[in-house]
Design a protein around this ligand. Structure first.
Ligand code: SIN
Ligand code: CO
Length: 379
Protein backbone atom coordinates (compact mmCIF):
# COMPACT_ATOMS: atom_id res chain seq x y z
CA UNK A 1 0.00 0.00 0.00
CA UNK A 2 1.40 3.42 -0.92
CA UNK A 3 2.06 5.98 1.81
CA UNK A 4 0.02 9.20 1.68
CA UNK A 5 3.09 11.43 1.64
CA UNK A 6 3.17 12.73 -1.96
CA UNK A 7 6.77 12.93 -3.14
CA UNK A 8 8.20 12.32 0.37
CA UNK A 9 9.45 8.88 1.30
CA UNK A 10 8.48 7.42 4.68
CA UNK A 11 12.13 7.66 5.78
CA UNK A 12 12.42 11.34 4.75
CA UNK A 13 9.19 12.19 6.53
CA UNK A 14 10.09 10.38 9.76
CA UNK A 15 13.65 11.68 9.85
CA UNK A 16 12.94 15.34 9.11
CA UNK A 17 9.34 16.05 10.12
CA UNK A 18 7.64 13.57 12.47
CA UNK A 19 7.54 15.23 15.92
CA UNK A 20 9.99 17.85 14.64
CA UNK A 21 8.43 20.35 12.27
CA UNK A 22 5.36 20.99 10.10
CA UNK A 23 5.33 19.50 6.64
CA UNK A 24 3.16 20.64 3.75
CA UNK A 25 2.56 17.77 1.34
CA UNK A 26 1.01 18.80 -1.95
CA UNK A 27 -1.11 16.05 -3.47
CA UNK A 28 -0.32 13.69 -0.61
CA UNK A 29 -2.72 11.11 -2.03
CA UNK A 30 -2.79 10.88 -5.80
CA UNK A 31 -6.33 10.97 -7.18
CA UNK A 32 -7.84 11.33 -3.71
CA UNK A 33 -11.66 11.03 -3.78
CA UNK A 34 -13.47 11.51 -0.47
CA UNK A 35 -15.72 8.54 0.30
CA UNK A 36 -18.28 10.75 2.01
CA UNK A 37 -19.52 14.31 1.68
CA UNK A 38 -20.94 17.05 3.89
CA UNK A 39 -24.46 15.58 3.79
CA UNK A 40 -23.16 12.17 4.91
CA UNK A 41 -21.33 13.88 7.76
CA UNK A 42 -24.45 15.78 8.81
CA UNK A 43 -26.33 12.46 8.75
CA UNK A 44 -23.74 10.88 11.08
CA UNK A 45 -23.94 13.91 13.40
CA UNK A 46 -27.66 13.18 13.91
CA UNK A 47 -26.90 9.72 15.38
CA UNK A 48 -26.81 9.04 19.12
CA UNK A 49 -23.56 7.02 19.16
CA UNK A 50 -21.62 9.63 17.19
CA UNK A 51 -19.58 12.35 18.89
CA UNK A 52 -20.09 15.63 17.03
CA UNK A 53 -19.71 19.37 17.60
CA UNK A 54 -20.88 22.50 15.86
CA UNK A 55 -18.65 25.56 16.16
CA UNK A 56 -19.80 29.00 15.10
CA UNK A 57 -17.92 32.31 15.12
CA UNK A 58 -14.90 34.13 13.73
CA UNK A 59 -11.48 35.05 15.08
CA UNK A 60 -12.14 38.75 14.33
CA UNK A 61 -15.31 38.88 16.45
CA UNK A 62 -14.08 36.27 18.98
CA UNK A 63 -17.75 35.27 19.28
CA UNK A 64 -17.24 31.50 19.41
CA UNK A 65 -20.11 29.19 20.30
CA UNK A 66 -20.00 25.41 20.70
CA UNK A 67 -22.87 22.93 20.56
CA UNK A 68 -22.63 19.16 21.02
CA UNK A 69 -24.56 16.60 18.94
CA UNK A 70 -26.61 14.63 18.24
CA UNK A 71 -28.14 17.26 15.96
CA UNK A 72 -31.33 17.25 13.93
CA UNK A 73 -32.01 18.22 10.34
CA UNK A 74 -33.70 21.34 11.69
CA UNK A 75 -30.42 22.39 13.37
CA UNK A 76 -28.63 22.26 10.03
CA UNK A 77 -31.45 24.00 8.16
CA UNK A 78 -31.01 27.01 10.46
CA UNK A 79 -27.31 27.45 9.63
CA UNK A 80 -26.41 30.27 7.26
CA UNK A 81 -23.81 30.15 4.50
CA UNK A 82 -20.88 31.35 6.56
CA UNK A 83 -18.74 30.94 9.66
CA UNK A 84 -19.66 27.53 11.02
CA UNK A 85 -17.94 24.15 11.21
CA UNK A 86 -19.38 20.71 11.93
CA UNK A 87 -16.83 18.30 13.43
CA UNK A 88 -17.36 14.55 13.78
CA UNK A 89 -14.97 12.20 15.67
CA UNK A 90 -14.11 8.54 14.98
CA UNK A 91 -15.64 8.61 11.50
CA UNK A 92 -13.63 5.57 10.34
CA UNK A 93 -15.30 3.54 13.09
CA UNK A 94 -18.77 4.54 11.98
CA UNK A 95 -18.12 4.12 8.26
CA UNK A 96 -15.96 1.03 7.67
CA UNK A 97 -14.75 1.80 4.10
CA UNK A 98 -12.66 4.63 5.60
CA UNK A 99 -10.47 2.04 7.36
CA UNK A 100 -8.57 1.78 4.07
CA UNK A 101 -7.46 5.39 4.44
CA UNK A 102 -6.34 4.76 8.02
CA UNK A 103 -4.33 1.78 6.80
CA UNK A 104 -2.36 4.08 4.51
CA UNK A 105 -1.01 5.66 7.70
CA UNK A 106 0.29 2.33 8.99
CA UNK A 107 3.86 3.60 8.66
CA UNK A 108 3.05 5.11 12.07
CA UNK A 109 2.56 2.30 14.64
CA UNK A 110 -1.20 1.77 14.96
CA UNK A 111 -1.17 2.23 18.73
CA UNK A 112 0.05 5.81 18.19
CA UNK A 113 -2.91 6.72 15.97
CA UNK A 114 -6.24 7.83 17.26
CA UNK A 115 -9.07 8.47 14.86
CA UNK A 116 -10.27 10.18 11.73
CA UNK A 117 -12.04 13.39 12.62
CA UNK A 118 -13.85 15.06 9.75
CA UNK A 119 -14.84 18.69 9.72
CA UNK A 120 -17.17 20.29 7.23
CA UNK A 121 -16.83 24.07 7.17
CA UNK A 122 -18.95 26.72 5.46
CA UNK A 123 -17.02 29.64 3.95
CA UNK A 124 -15.21 31.43 6.80
CA UNK A 125 -15.67 28.39 9.05
CA UNK A 126 -12.92 27.90 11.63
CA UNK A 127 -12.41 26.58 15.15
CA UNK A 128 -10.10 29.49 15.97
CA UNK A 129 -6.33 29.64 16.40
CA UNK A 130 -5.30 26.91 18.83
CA UNK A 131 -2.64 24.37 19.80
CA UNK A 132 -3.04 20.59 19.92
CA UNK A 133 -1.04 18.22 22.09
CA UNK A 134 -0.98 15.52 19.46
CA UNK A 135 0.54 15.16 16.00
CA UNK A 136 -2.07 15.55 13.30
CA UNK A 137 -2.28 15.03 9.54
CA UNK A 138 -4.75 17.57 8.10
CA UNK A 139 -5.88 16.24 4.76
CA UNK A 140 -7.90 18.67 2.65
CA UNK A 141 -10.68 16.51 1.22
CA UNK A 142 -12.89 19.09 -0.47
CA UNK A 143 -12.82 22.87 -1.05
CA UNK A 144 -9.98 25.26 -0.24
CA UNK A 145 -8.76 26.10 3.22
CA UNK A 146 -6.11 28.54 4.39
CA UNK A 147 -3.87 27.24 7.17
CA UNK A 148 -1.74 29.62 9.19
CA UNK A 149 0.83 28.37 11.69
CA UNK A 150 3.17 29.80 14.32
CA UNK A 151 5.95 28.15 16.31
CA UNK A 152 6.20 30.97 18.84
CA UNK A 153 3.02 32.18 20.41
CA UNK A 154 1.57 33.44 23.63
CA UNK A 155 -0.25 30.47 25.15
CA UNK A 156 -2.85 32.61 26.94
CA UNK A 157 -6.33 31.40 26.05
CA UNK A 158 -9.35 33.50 25.28
CA UNK A 159 -11.42 33.78 28.46
CA UNK A 160 -15.17 33.06 28.61
CA UNK A 161 -14.85 30.98 25.48
CA UNK A 162 -16.22 27.42 25.15
CA UNK A 163 -13.26 26.42 22.94
CA UNK A 164 -9.52 26.39 23.55
CA UNK A 165 -8.74 29.43 21.40
CA UNK A 166 -5.53 31.47 21.69
CA UNK A 167 -6.04 35.03 22.82
CA UNK A 168 -3.48 36.26 20.29
CA UNK A 169 -2.11 34.64 17.18
CA UNK A 170 0.53 36.05 14.81
CA UNK A 171 0.92 33.68 11.84
CA UNK A 172 4.49 32.97 10.73
CA UNK A 173 3.61 30.94 7.65
CA UNK A 174 0.47 30.24 5.65
CA UNK A 175 -0.67 28.04 2.80
CA UNK A 176 -3.89 27.44 0.89
CA UNK A 177 -4.65 23.72 0.77
CA UNK A 178 -6.61 22.22 -2.08
CA UNK A 179 -8.21 18.76 -2.27
CA UNK A 180 -5.55 16.07 -1.90
CA UNK A 181 -3.06 18.38 -0.12
CA UNK A 182 -2.08 17.57 3.45
CA UNK A 183 -0.45 19.49 6.28
CA UNK A 184 1.33 17.54 9.00
CA UNK A 185 1.68 19.33 12.35
CA UNK A 186 3.67 18.10 15.33
CA UNK A 187 2.31 18.90 18.82
CA UNK A 188 2.53 22.46 20.13
CA UNK A 189 2.50 24.33 16.84
CA UNK A 190 -0.23 26.99 16.91
CA UNK A 191 -2.52 26.73 13.89
CA UNK A 192 -5.57 28.36 12.42
CA UNK A 193 -7.56 26.94 9.49
CA UNK A 194 -10.15 29.08 7.72
CA UNK A 195 -12.37 27.70 4.97
CA UNK A 196 -12.11 29.84 1.83
CA UNK A 197 -15.08 27.95 0.41
CA UNK A 198 -17.32 25.16 1.72
CA UNK A 199 -15.19 22.07 2.23
CA UNK A 200 -13.94 19.24 4.36
CA UNK A 201 -10.74 18.66 6.32
CA UNK A 202 -9.99 15.12 7.39
CA UNK A 203 -7.75 14.99 10.48
CA UNK A 204 -5.84 11.82 11.18
CA UNK A 205 -4.90 12.35 14.80
CA UNK A 206 -2.35 10.63 16.99
CA UNK A 207 -2.39 9.56 20.62
CA UNK A 208 0.32 9.97 23.22
CA UNK A 209 -0.33 9.24 26.87
CA UNK A 210 0.73 11.85 29.42
CA UNK A 211 2.71 10.80 32.49
CA UNK A 212 -0.45 11.50 34.47
CA UNK A 213 -2.46 9.11 32.22
CA UNK A 214 0.18 6.38 32.61
CA UNK A 215 0.57 6.73 36.36
CA UNK A 216 -3.16 6.94 37.00
CA UNK A 217 -3.69 3.76 34.97
CA UNK A 218 -0.74 2.07 36.70
CA UNK A 219 -2.17 2.85 40.12
CA UNK A 220 -5.54 1.40 39.12
CA UNK A 221 -3.82 -1.66 37.65
CA UNK A 222 -1.87 -2.28 40.86
CA UNK A 223 -4.99 -1.87 42.96
CA UNK A 224 -6.90 -4.43 40.87
CA UNK A 225 -4.19 -7.08 40.50
CA UNK A 226 -2.57 -9.35 43.09
CA UNK A 227 0.77 -7.64 42.65
CA UNK A 228 0.04 -4.59 44.72
CA UNK A 229 3.55 -3.23 44.45
CA UNK A 230 4.48 -3.56 48.12
CA UNK A 231 3.91 -1.16 50.97
CA UNK A 232 5.97 1.35 52.92
CA UNK A 233 8.25 -0.16 55.57
CA UNK A 234 10.79 1.48 57.92
CA UNK A 235 12.77 -1.12 59.90
CA UNK A 236 15.56 1.43 60.64
CA UNK A 237 13.12 3.97 62.12
CA UNK A 238 14.73 6.70 64.26
CA UNK A 239 12.77 8.34 67.07
CA UNK A 240 10.64 11.26 65.85
CA UNK A 241 12.12 14.65 66.83
CA UNK A 242 9.78 17.29 65.38
CA UNK A 243 6.03 16.90 65.84
CA UNK A 244 4.12 16.36 62.60
CA UNK A 245 7.17 16.15 60.29
CA UNK A 246 7.66 13.60 57.53
CA UNK A 247 11.46 13.68 57.52
CA UNK A 248 13.86 13.55 54.55
CA UNK A 249 14.64 9.83 55.03
CA UNK A 250 10.95 8.96 54.99
CA UNK A 251 10.39 11.05 51.84
CA UNK A 252 13.31 9.30 50.15
CA UNK A 253 11.94 5.89 51.17
CA UNK A 254 8.50 6.76 49.78
CA UNK A 255 10.02 7.92 46.50
CA UNK A 256 12.18 4.75 46.35
CA UNK A 257 9.07 2.63 46.88
CA UNK A 258 7.35 4.26 43.90
CA UNK A 259 10.41 4.08 41.64
CA UNK A 260 11.11 0.43 42.50
CA UNK A 261 7.54 -0.50 41.81
CA UNK A 262 7.95 0.80 38.25
CA UNK A 263 11.51 -0.43 37.81
CA UNK A 264 11.15 -3.97 39.07
CA UNK A 265 7.51 -4.90 38.46
CA UNK A 266 7.37 -7.90 36.13
CA UNK A 267 3.98 -6.83 34.85
CA UNK A 268 4.82 -3.34 33.67
CA UNK A 269 5.06 -4.20 29.94
CA UNK A 270 1.81 -6.06 30.24
CA UNK A 271 0.19 -3.06 31.86
CA UNK A 272 1.58 -0.61 29.28
CA UNK A 273 0.29 -2.61 26.31
CA UNK A 274 -3.10 -3.24 27.96
CA UNK A 275 -3.37 0.45 28.82
CA UNK A 276 -2.56 1.59 25.28
CA UNK A 277 -5.12 -0.82 23.83
CA UNK A 278 -7.90 0.98 25.69
CA UNK A 279 -6.53 4.52 25.97
CA UNK A 280 -8.97 7.15 24.63
CA UNK A 281 -11.44 4.52 23.45
CA UNK A 282 -14.81 6.27 23.18
CA UNK A 283 -16.89 3.07 23.45
CA UNK A 284 -16.21 -0.35 24.94
CA UNK A 285 -16.74 -3.23 22.56
CA UNK A 286 -19.81 -5.15 23.75
CA UNK A 287 -20.02 -8.94 23.95
CA UNK A 288 -22.55 -10.49 21.55
CA UNK A 289 -25.93 -11.57 23.03
CA UNK A 290 -25.11 -15.28 22.47
CA UNK A 291 -21.76 -16.99 22.81
CA UNK A 292 -20.33 -19.22 20.10
CA UNK A 293 -18.41 -22.50 20.48
CA UNK A 294 -15.14 -23.30 18.71
CA UNK A 295 -17.02 -25.83 16.59
CA UNK A 296 -19.64 -23.27 15.57
CA UNK A 297 -16.93 -20.77 14.69
CA UNK A 298 -15.06 -23.35 12.61
CA UNK A 299 -18.26 -24.22 10.74
CA UNK A 300 -19.03 -20.55 10.17
CA UNK A 301 -15.55 -19.83 8.82
CA UNK A 302 -15.73 -22.90 6.56
CA UNK A 303 -18.68 -21.27 4.80
CA UNK A 304 -19.25 -17.68 3.68
CA UNK A 305 -18.85 -16.12 7.13
CA UNK A 306 -15.89 -13.84 7.70
CA UNK A 307 -14.35 -12.26 10.75
CA UNK A 308 -14.46 -8.53 11.04
CA UNK A 309 -12.65 -6.51 13.72
CA UNK A 310 -14.99 -4.53 15.94
CA UNK A 311 -14.07 -0.92 15.04
CA UNK A 312 -14.18 0.00 18.75
CA UNK A 313 -11.54 -2.59 19.62
CA UNK A 314 -7.93 -1.50 19.57
CA UNK A 315 -5.69 -4.44 18.85
CA UNK A 316 -2.02 -4.41 19.59
CA UNK A 317 0.59 -6.97 20.67
CA UNK A 318 4.00 -7.36 22.26
CA UNK A 319 6.53 -10.14 21.91
CA UNK A 320 6.45 -12.55 24.85
CA UNK A 321 8.56 -15.55 25.84
CA UNK A 322 6.04 -17.93 24.24
CA UNK A 323 5.27 -15.87 21.13
CA UNK A 324 2.96 -12.90 21.31
CA UNK A 325 0.64 -11.40 23.83
CA UNK A 326 -2.27 -9.77 22.07
CA UNK A 327 -4.23 -6.92 23.65
CA UNK A 328 -7.78 -6.01 22.71
CA UNK A 329 -9.36 -3.03 24.45
CA UNK A 330 -7.53 -3.76 27.71
CA UNK A 331 -7.86 -7.58 27.67
CA UNK A 332 -4.88 -9.83 26.95
CA UNK A 333 -4.55 -13.14 25.07
CA UNK A 334 -1.54 -15.34 24.30
CA UNK A 335 -0.99 -16.44 20.73
CA UNK A 336 1.64 -16.86 18.04
CA UNK A 337 3.33 -13.81 16.52
CA UNK A 338 2.00 -14.83 13.12
CA UNK A 339 -1.61 -14.88 14.32
CA UNK A 340 -1.22 -11.60 16.24
CA UNK A 341 0.17 -9.93 13.15
CA UNK A 342 -2.50 -11.22 10.81
CA UNK A 343 -5.29 -10.24 13.22
CA UNK A 344 -3.90 -6.71 13.44
CA UNK A 345 -3.08 -6.28 9.78
CA UNK A 346 -6.52 -5.97 8.30
CA UNK A 347 -9.87 -4.88 9.57
CA UNK A 348 -11.14 -8.13 8.07
CA UNK A 349 -8.35 -10.65 8.71
CA UNK A 350 -7.79 -13.06 5.87
CA UNK A 351 -8.40 -16.18 7.90
CA UNK A 352 -9.88 -19.36 6.52
CA UNK A 353 -10.95 -22.36 8.58
CA UNK A 354 -8.24 -24.60 7.10
CA UNK A 355 -5.48 -22.30 8.40
CA UNK A 356 -6.46 -22.61 12.05
CA UNK A 357 -4.91 -24.90 14.63
CA UNK A 358 -6.84 -25.63 17.84
CA UNK A 359 -5.09 -22.90 19.88
CA UNK A 360 -5.82 -20.25 17.24
CA UNK A 361 -9.41 -21.38 16.96
CA UNK A 362 -9.85 -21.12 20.72
CA UNK A 363 -8.34 -17.65 20.76
CA UNK A 364 -10.60 -16.46 17.94
CA UNK A 365 -13.63 -17.89 19.73
CA UNK A 366 -12.74 -15.91 22.85
CA UNK A 367 -12.17 -12.75 20.80
CA UNK A 368 -15.60 -13.19 19.18
CA UNK A 369 -17.30 -13.94 22.49
CA UNK A 370 -15.71 -10.86 24.07
CA UNK A 371 -16.97 -8.67 21.22
CA UNK A 372 -13.58 -7.86 19.65
CA UNK A 373 -14.40 -9.61 16.39
CA UNK A 374 -17.78 -9.78 14.69
CA UNK A 375 -18.97 -12.39 12.24
CA UNK A 376 -20.23 -11.08 8.95
CA UNK A 377 -21.87 -12.79 6.02
CA UNK A 378 -19.92 -11.17 3.20
CA UNK A 379 -16.45 -11.86 1.93
C1 SIN B 1 -10.75 21.57 11.75
O1 SIN B 1 -10.79 20.61 10.99
O2 SIN B 1 -11.50 22.54 11.59
C2 SIN B 1 -9.81 21.64 12.88
C3 SIN B 1 -8.73 20.67 12.84
C4 SIN B 1 -7.58 21.08 13.74
O3 SIN B 1 -7.26 22.23 13.83
O4 SIN B 1 -6.96 20.24 14.39
CO1 CO C 1 -5.96 21.60 15.68
Amino acid sequence: MSVPLGSFSTEQFLEHYWQKQPCLIRQAITGFEPLLDGDDLAGLACEQMVESRLVKGTAEAADWTLEHGPFSEADFAKLGDENWTLLVQDVEKHYAPLQDLMQQFDFIPRWRLDDLMISFAATGGSVGPHVDQYDVFLLQAEGKRRWQIAHSFDSTMLTNCPLNVLNQFEPEQEWVLEPGDMLYLPPNVAHHGIALEPGMTWSIGSRAPSVADLLQGWGEWLAFTDHQGGRYTDPGLQAATRAGEIDRTALQNLRKLMLECIDTNQNLDNYLAAFMSRFRLAHDPMSPPATITTKELLNALSGETRLHRNPWTRLTWIESTEGARLYAAGQSYDCSIQLAESLCQYEQPRIRAGMLDQASLELLTRLVNNGHFLLTGED
